[in-house]
Design a protein around this ligand. Sequence first.
Ligand code: ADP
Ligand code: MG
Length: 291
Amino acid sequence: MRTVPLPVVRPEFMLEPAFDPNRDAGSSRDAIGLGARSAGKALDVRHGTILSLEDISVSFDGFKALNALNLYIGVGELRCIIGPNGAGKTTLMDVITGKTRPSHGKAWFGETLDLASMSEVQIAQAGIGRKFQKPTVFEALTVFENLELAQKADKSVWASLGARLRGEQKERIDEVLETIRLTSTQHRQAGLLSHGQKQFLEIGMLLMQDPQLLLLDEPVAGMTDAETEFTAELFRGLAGKHSLMVVEHDMGFVGSIADHVTVLHQGSVLAEGSLEQVQADDRVIEVYLGR
Ligand code: ADP
Ligand code: MG
């Protein structure tokens, strides 16, 4: 974990290419219809940290939803965020995606992208994808069409590369269909899918943009046991290739996916470690079991 705050980076430095192959940041589906991914944007993650939140505070009319929060996510990490209602978990995701601006502190994506200076669309295009709790797929379209649409944000890039790539586009959709196990239902209307399948489809739509950091808010809420198990498998498979931040209440699920758990309480990090470690922490027990 870094202890020294990062210096403010000169703008021209931000144009330098990354030193690693982790390039080609995609846009999240929030950017659908808003144009192509930003050309040539590469994320600098040379210190192995994809997200750094330093001394972040968010105030709502004097009430601190986040209070001097420090959080670091490593490249390829699968991090779970837990904490009681009102702890600030959703506000944390709002800050990362630019929906809410911190009143204090710094948020860096990679080493050089200052999230506070970027719009929600720019943040999505830089490679941060967010899945909200409720699935928001296009119900009247088929599964395949939903994925196709999610890919359309790349249209100008694809168009400039010629017809041969239409085959590659199809291949990518097929690949994602397999990842989310919806190959056999690809021609079904999304509105006819089960709740769990809609969640998988939405994750697939995020994957079409190839985001480097995925934020997932309570992904297994309302899922069957089998769907929850598959979600765990899916996330473990995505980790490494992507970095994931998962907010979840289901401790069985958390235990099955995360090496590293952060406990939020009153807008700050209360404890961090393996699920076993944080569950044995007296302060965490007090917060969950009441005083
Ligand atoms: P969690 O997701 O962990 O349940 P939230 O981030 O939603 O917690 O909320 C943290 C605290 O901030 C809560 O007390 C909530 O009432 C408050 N809060 C969140 N958003 C707003 C807002 N827009 N205006 C005022 N208070 C808010
Ligand atoms: Mg919440």
